[in-house]
Ligand binder design. Structure first.
Ligand code: ARG
Length: 266
């Protein structure tokens, strides 16, 4: 999980409203967003040993900074996203070109179903959890599990503030997960509890979940998460991780934080 695809925030702004965090009248400060993004990249590169692949930004797609939504990756294959909202659909062609130019095979889902990549599909080598309803369609997972030859447990996301799986669930390198159970329906919570023993589940407190504690990048022992989550950082440390907090206020205005700004390529 060391090579990450990222997209600089040159054109990042709150240009439309496609999730409950975005309000066009609450603009992102572009200079501060740049500083926050640069700081996140420096922490990932220097403190965590990540290798960053920077793709070229494009003016018409302000949310392309959120590369987690490009695709779901499986070895050298990218299963390209099909965005639910028209505002983000033009990103698909940019991401597809980047993957093809960098030696990846691109697979596409049948038309007429939505899938938002590593924003909604997360997990471990042999078991993945797939968030659905708000962005990804549940039936996309029938196709994805065949493409990546892996079991996928679909879980419904019921709270509009946690509209992508990566806003409320984060698998860690050591086999634990951080999560916020109220973002899932009872059945989804039960499915997750059934497959992951209690010793592997780190439950984040509500106020930190709202600060996107779960939207964290996990690289070996390092976990990079948004600032304002001291209890989560303490729990991570107790499990042997090294937490790093980064200020990401401007990206939270778009409904994203650390994890959304990266796509693990391997
Ligand atoms: N404004 C973007 C959207 O609503 C934010 C995406 C955040 N990405 C993520 N993987 N959670 O699509």
């Amino acid at each position: 999980m060391n090579r990450l695809l990222v997209c600089p925030p040159d054109h990042f702004k709150i240009a439309y409203e496609i999730n409950s965090w975005m309000h066009v009248e609450v603009a992102a400060d572009q200079a501060l967003a740049r500083v926050q993004w640069d700081t996140l990249m420096a922490v990932l590169e220097k403190d965590c040993g990540a290798k960053l692949e920077r793709m070229a930004p494009a003016r018409e797609v302000p949310d392309m900074v959120f590369t987690a939504n490009a695709a779901a990756m499986s070895r050298r294959t990218a299963i390209l996203s099909r965005f639910r909202f028209a505002e983000r659909q033009p990103e698909e062609a940019y991401f597809e070109r980047w993957f093809l130019e960098h030696g990846f095979t691109v697979e596409k889902l049948p038309e007429g179903m939505f899938f938002e990549g590593a924003g909604d599909l997360l997990g471990f080598d042999s078991l993945k959890i797939g968030g659905y309803r708000q962005r990804t369609d549940i039936r996309a997972y029938q196709h994805v599990c065949r493409m990546i030859d892996c079991e996928i447990i679909p879980v419904e996301l019921i709270d509009p503030r946690f509209y992508h799986l990566d806003t409320c669930f984060c698998p860690l390198a050591g086999g634990e997960v951080m999560w916020f159970p109220p973002a899932f329906d009872e059945y989804g919570q039960e499915a997750i509890r059934h497959r992951l023993p209690e010793s592997k589940r780190i439950e984040v407190p509500e106020d930190e979940a709202y600060r996107f504690a779960c939207n964290a990048v996990s690289i070996g022992a390092h976990v990079v998460l948004p600032e304002g989550c001291p209890i989560t950082m303490g729990m991570l440390a107790a499990h042997g991780y090294i937490p790093h907090a980064v200020g990401l206020s401007e990206f939270l205005k778009a409904g994203g934080a650390a994890k959304c700004l990266t796509l693990a390529l391997d």
